[in-house]
Design a protein around this ligand. Structure first.
Ligand SMILES: Nc1nc2c(ncn2[C@@H]2O[C@H](COP(=O)(O)OP(=O)(O)OP(=O)(O)O)[C@@H](O)[C@H]2O)c(=O)[nH]1
Length: 201
């Protein structure tokens, strides 16, 4: 399936002190790993500004777009991605290098007919940065941005959203490592351990 994939890379990475796309796992940068993982898909990196986009294009030979609203939140990146594709978009954070392609493809297929599909843990916690959004959500997102609402999941409270139980995704990813994201040096160590012995990483 030819997915539309938008990789959010516009964060500051202040807790780890580096653009998270440049972090390395088994000698490859996260951005490279994700580009390869979604080989054959329509992939864009959503960057915070022209300078970052230029760096990504030079370093990774990839397509880039820029946040519609500067220094807002990942919601601006999602908005920008929807305006770019004007269709369904799988959103992946650049700090999730262990995402499984099969799981992502399932989310993309399952989102048909909804404004959004957001994976949800049994305790209610959401994973809006490994989720699928429809262009039909764009107006609601704009309204939130205009009101200064930065919370990514907020616009979807008023839309036709499928909150998909994450436990059911174990068929694609037994340990659910797809959802592990790297914020700190300790997280990076954990991801390096998890990737040991994992196929295709
Ligand atoms: N395009 C875009 N991506 C963002 C923005 N803010 C965060 N992200 C991305 O969203 C994901 C989660 O970001 P966070 O971990 O919450 O924030 P961060 O700024 O990357 O890191 P910290 O500065 O340590 O909080 C990462 O992939 C970021 O690159 C934004 O304003 N625009």
């Amino acid at each position: 399936m030819r997915l539309n994939v938008a990789i959010l890379a516009g964060g500051k990475g202040s807790r780890i002190g580096l653009d998270k796309g440049f972090l390395e796992l088994n000698g490859r940068m996260f951005a490279e790993i994700l580009l390869e993982r979604f080989d054959g898909c329509n992939v864009v990196f959503v960057c915070r500004d022209k300078k970052q986009a230029e760096t990504y294009r030079t370093k990774f030979n990839c397509n880039t777009i820029i946040d519609t609203v500067k220094e807002f939140s990942p919601l601006a990146g999602i908005h920008s991605a929807l305006e770019h594709f004007r269709d369904y978009v799988l959103i992946v954070a650049v700090d999730m290098p262990l995402v499984r392609r099969e799981l992502a493809e399932f989310l993309y297929r399952k989102a048909r007919g909804y404004d959004a599909l957001i994976p949800r843990w049994s305790d209610g916690k959401l994973e809006p940065l490994l989720a699928c959004y429809s262009y039909t959500a764009v107006k609601e997102i704009e309204q939130c941005i205009t009101r200064g609402v930065r919370k990514v999941s907020k616009p979807f409270e008023n839309l036709k959203t499928l909150y998909y139980p994450i436990e059911r995704l174990r068929v694609f990813d037994e340990k659910l490592i797809s959802f592990v994201n790297v914020n700190t040096p300790k997280d990076l160590e954990m991801v390096r351990c998890l990737s040991t012995g994992t196929e295709d990483l």
